[in-house]
Design a protein around this ligand. Structure first.
Ligand code: SF4
Length: 475
């Protein structure tokens, strides 16, 4: 049996959260002006880095585990159609229904229709990057269905009408005083004497969510892994909210990016060691929920799996860029990135921030729609060293820079320079022109448009008073 996915297309415009309103440099400049944000980020990333480093150091075979994770992902990408159809067969045989969504619009429509068919007006959600990517909350709200985020950080972001800024800690840009204000302003029934003590804030969220868990009949989740061999889906999380969403409701709808499939049950042995240590700095994940289709009398009795492409097949077609699909969303690359630590996640304009966002978002949308992101890096290589599945992010960044629109300008300038240097008279004229520009007072001011972007942060060397040719002629 084969399933035709259609020709590879990029994630469509006008839906979802893969494109920012402004370029990375403009957004980063704004973010850098916010000293509170920088303090929050520095504190959070330093803490996670330290914790993660300590538990990784405990494993003598960490490098071998990384290699195994990398090899498993490469195998998966090389056999994706086969593994996806195997997953579909197994999920269907276990009582689930599989839907194929070519893009964000299709996925949103499928989920909205499924919820509408239940007659429910509210869904509870497990934290899911895929549903944020496609803008599912907006699509549900437009259909009169209220989505409630149940992950604490996602709830803070939702109540604050904000955007997530970190893969793992979406409210990393907020401190506890800000969270207290958000709860007082937007959480129904909250105690007005609420303090900013973390256990008190967590308690308020727990009370608010517990009531919603007990009364909501439909849940939407993402998936960290989908096992082709058995049709089992897995979600890893730290708060237990996911476990509630995955077990209490009558209907469960899971939206999973097609790259999240893994071949066999035994492969989780590798990924469930890599993921918690690289992400939260824990030895094992606090809540790992797994389910296979429907079990009569136990858990949701209706299960739908939406397999999402939304640009992924196009990424797979790029031999260098496809490594970005190996990502297990641990966020280690964010926590070590000197650029992310200073700008935060909003500057990237996409739900995928940091180094992985800088290589994944432009590929999902097409580089022209996120042209500044491949430049949002110093190419220091810290992300490559930290990545538990060894994604060579710096090489993908350079590869994408070559596809960015200004790469064409750069190539044209280099070609023109090569031609000029190859023609002595032209070269002598260019030298005279450079000297005139100096006399006209452009010294130290950089290049004129459209090349001024290059010299915006670089000093152009001043032409000498006398060129070698002038000196030679004078002798
Ligand atoms: S690219 Fe690697 S380090 Fe970054 S989030 Fe993905 S798996 Fe983690």
């Amino acid at each position: 049996m084969s399933t035709f996915l259609g020709m590879p297309v990029r994630a469509p415009r006008g839906v979802g959260h893969l494109r920012g309103d402004q370029s990375f440099p403009a957004a980063a400049k704004e973010a850098l002006g916010n000293s509170q944000l920088r303090r929050n980020l520095q504190h959070a990333t330093t803490t996670i880095r330290g914790k993660s480093g300590r538990v990784i150091a405990e494993l003598p075979d960490w490098q071998e585990l990384r290699s195994a994770g990398s090899a498993l992902k490469a195998y998966t990408m090389a056999n994706l159609p086969l593994l996806l159809t195997q997953l579909e067969e197994k999920v269907t045989a276990a009582g689930g229904v599989v839907h194929w969504a070519a893009d964000a619009n299709e996925a949103n429509q499928i989920v909205t229709d499924l919820v509408a068919r239940t007659g429910e007006k509210r869904v509870i959600k497990v934290k899911s990057m895929a549903t944020q990517e496609i803008g599912l909350n907006e699509a549900l709200e437009a259909a009169g269905i209220a989505p409630v985020e149940t992950d604490l950080a996602e709830l803070i972001v939702q109540l604050g009408e904000d955007k997530p800024s970190h893969i793992l800690v979406p409210a990393i840009h907020r401190n506890r005083a800000e969270i207290r204000e958000i709860f007082l302003r937007a959480m129904p029934g909250v105690d007005p004497k609420l303090t900013d003590d973390p256990p008190v804030l967590a308690g308020a969220a727990r009370r608010y969510l517990r009531e919603i868990f007990m009364r909501t009949k439909v849940a939407v989740s993402g998936a960290n892994f989908g096992i082709a061999e058995t049709g089992t889906l897995a979600v890893v999380e730290s708060e237990g909210n996911g476990r509630m969403c995955l077990t209490l409701p009558d209907t469960l709808i899971t939206v999973m990016g097609i790259e999240k499939v893994v071949p066999a049950w035994a492969d989780l042995e590798v990924f469930l060691q890599l993921l918690p240590r690289a992400s939260t700095g824990e030895r094992m994940n606090p809540y790992t929920s797994m389910w296979t289709g429907v079990t009569p009398g136990d858990g949701p009795q209706n299960f739908h799996l939406v397999l999402l492409d939304n640009g992924r097949t196009a990424v797979l077609a790029d031999e260098v860029g496809r490594q970005a699909l190996h990502c297990i969303r641990c966020s280690a690359c964010l926590n070590v990135c000197p650029v992310y630590e200073r700008t935060g996640g909003h500057a990237y304009g996409s739900v995928y921030p940091g180094p992985i966002g800088a290589v994944l978002s432009p590929q999902l949308t097409g580089v022209e729609d996120n042209a500044s992101l491949p430049y949002a890096s110093s190419l220091c290589g810290a992300c490559f060293d930290a990545c538990p599945v060894k994604i060579d992010i710096p090489s993908i960044l350079v590869h994408l820079r070559n596809q960015a629109p200004h790469a064409r300008t750069e190539a044209a300038v280099m070609a023109a320079a090569a031609y000029t240097m190859d023609h002595p008279r032209l070269y002598a004229s260019a030298q005279r022109a450079a000297k005139l520009a100096r006399i006209a007072g452009r010294r130290g001011r950089g290049l004129p448009p459209p090349l001024n972007g290059w010299s915006a942060s670089r000093d152009l060397p001043s032409p000498p008073d006398e060129t070698f040719r002038d000196w030679w002629r004078g002798r």
